[in-house]
Design a protein around this ligand. Structure first.
Ligand SMILES: Cc1cc2nc3c(=O)[nH]c(=O)nc-3n(C[C@H](O)[C@H](O)[C@H](O)COP(=O)(O)O)c2cc1C
Length: 351
């Protein structure tokens, strides 16, 4: 039986990870299992932990800051909330709580296609533009309807997640939590004998590069592709007019044994050579990890599970606290490494 939620952050929380046991205690076992699937992705964490930072004492970092300008938005820090489905599973205030927390921390949330509250309510709770995460809806017409709805609600960029092409399965963890912004799933084609469920079933509803070119022409909003792990794909997306890339392994949840996002990042940064912003997620647990990823060339990061631990423990307050803790850690690592602003962090800026 899940325990009741707190209205305050528990005492003794020093890092985002300290929220984890509270979240586990608060959630039904099946929901906790859903949240943690793919975690820990051991290889991902090994790469983070192997990073060694070089202290640069006596640097004058007075007036330093973590401000960033990203696709037209000015944010006070580079720690975005990643799109995460069905957030009312984790707290009754759901996505609205996370959106409020992101706004209160002068940051940004990316709202999932699989949100459990109406897109319009979430953006109203934030009181400022958010970004919309798009999942392909099985056909161009259905996808466009969803995109137009997000655009009309005031979402200011579209992050299209392409690494989980068929995400129509509706969670059955709770009778009260559903993907309320989506139309009912399209039926899959009937299979003839010897046909493949994957190739002749699911993948008939999955998007291709032609759909990227098509979608790019359907909206003036900035378009980012999330779930890119190969430099060729990153390059191709930019050639088709995408304005950003998210290097992500979906938190290790889609392709078991796949390359880790952190290992894929440097080659993608090198290939794109500053043409568009590169965002990163998967495995970030503290401000030191954020610093490491920016040093490898990402412009900003997204966090997933850590803010859900905060949400499941203390609602909007918990999420805001997680963001603030990570920002404080990032600032401290910057100060100790002699970096006054995010642009100073990049490894190649030291050359
Ligand atoms: C419970 C859960 C649900 C998720 N739902 C979505 C989703 O709806 N859309 C999406 O693009 N990514 C989704 N993701 C992936 C996150 O956006 C992000 O890539 C990942 O959580 C980052 O890894 P981290 O949790 O280690 O920070 C989900 C992740 C989790 C943990």
């Amino acid at each position: 039986m899940a325990s009741p939620r707190l209205n305050v952050c528990p005492d003794g929380i020093r890092t985002a990870q300290d929220y984890r046991p509270y979240a586990e205690r608060n959630l039904e076992p099946a929901v906790w299992q859903y949240l943690q699937e793919g975690e820990p992705n051991v290889h991902e964490r090994q790469a983070f932990e192997a990073m060694r930072l070089v202290p640069r004492p006596l640097s004058d970092v007075r007036g330093g800051h973590t401000r960033i300008r990203l696709l037209g938005e000015t944010l006070m820090h580079p720690i975005l909330l990643a799109p995460v489905a069905y957030q009312r599973l984790f707290h009754p205030d759901g996505e609205c709580a996370s959106a409020m927390a992101a706004a209160a921390q002068d940051g940004l949330m990316v709202v999932s296609s699989l949100a459990s509250q109406p897109l319009e309510e979430i953006i109203a709770a934030a009181g400022r533009p958010l970004w919309f995460q798009l999942y392909w809806q099985g056909s161009r017409e259905r996808t466009l309807r969803l995109l137009r709805r997000a655009q009309a609600a005031g979402y200011s960029a579209v992050m299209w997640t392409v690494d989980a092409p068929v995400k129509q399965a509706v969670m059955r963890l709770s009778a009260h939590v559903a993907a309320v912004n989506l139309e009912p799933p399209l039926p899959l084609p009937e299979l003839l004998q010897y046909q493949s469920v994957v190739f002749d079933g699911w993948m008939t509803q999955a998007p291709t590069w032609e759909d990227v070119a098509w979608l790019r022409d359907q909206t003036d909003l900035p378009l980012l592709l999330k779930g890119i792990l190969h430099p060729e794909d990153a390059s191709r997306a930019i050639d088709l007019g995408c304005e950003g890339i998210v290097v992500s392994s979906h938190g290790g949840r889609v392709l078991p044994g796949g390359v880790t996002a952190i290992d894929a990042l440097p080659a993608i940064v090198q290939r794109l050579d500053g043409r568009v912003p590169v965002l990163f997620d998967s495995g970030i647990r503290d401000g030191r990890d954020v610093f490491g990823v920016l040093a490898l060339g990402a412009d900003a990061v997204m966090i997933g599970r850590p803010y859900l631990w905060g949400l499941a423990t203390a609602g909007a307050l918990g999420v805001a606290h997680v963001i603030r803790l990570m920002r404080d850690e990032l600032e401290m690592v910057m100060a100790l490494s002699g970096r006054k602003q995010l642009e100073d962090i990049r490894v190649r800026s030291l050359a």
